[in-house]
Design a protein around this ligand. Sequence first.
Ligand SMILES: [Zn+2]
Length: 311
Amino acid sequence: MTETANRNALGLDIGGSSVKWALVHVDSGEPRIVRTGLEQLEPTRDPTDVIAVLGEITRDVRAEYGELSSVGVGLPGLFDAATGSPTLLPNFPDAWHGFPFTASVEAQLGQRITLVNDAKAFSLAESLVGAAAGRDLAVCVVLGTGVGGGVVQHGTLLAGQGSAGELGHLTVELDGPMCGCGNTGCVEAFAGSAAISAYAGQPSAQATFDAARNGDRRAQAAVDRAVRALGIGLSNVFITLAPDVFVIGGGIADAGDELLEPIAAEIRRRVRVAPPEQIRVVNAVLGRHAGAIGAALRSADPIPGSPAACR
Ligand SMILES: [Zn+2]
């Protein structure tokens, strides 16, 4: 038996087709990523089956590394903080809605868990051990089917009353297209992958970027429109918070600099109240396990009673 306290936090990030996990050593000093992994999910993604996968991963990790000091679970949607049940989980079966998720996972694992929204987990990870490490105030954006985000100051996720950082739902056009949230003219209605591909007449956002690169004008117009919407939204965020850095990640962000530079240029064009060199836009660096790493970090340092612990 070892004398030292075992401070290993496990993060489990539930995605559309897999569960990504990360074991993070969270003793004193800088958090250290011990190991990451991935388990495929059955296409049905029934909540009971997914929870069984979480149980298998946890059992295997415990068998190799010992007991876990905390467990965080990332969900690609919204949930009720009080009940631990999903309230909005786009692209998942209806059975998830209202399912007693937290209680079921805790029963399966025999341990308390901390639920966190996946974009918030991403933001925490990139801010603490990723692209914005060492920066005081970072605003992170995840570009995917939806547009998620999070604001992290001095290593703490800012939640406000709970919903702070939902950057995809900043209004950027007075009478813009309908957004999935019920508002019109949101960033997501221009820059979500579905919006980009629909505007371009392409099967996917990736196909749209490829077509734009090959000179397809309609695809280029869809990319330009997404960039403008993001740039306008983030210029408003800059004026509100003046963050040290914006971190851009998620599937679409794999387009890389061809997306980053135009977004930065749009923000600089619109922010006239600060010198342009203060506007920094960088790529995420942690890759596909960022959400799992962030879920582990969140579980290691939850703020009791804070709504942030549940978003
Ligand atoms: Zn919206």
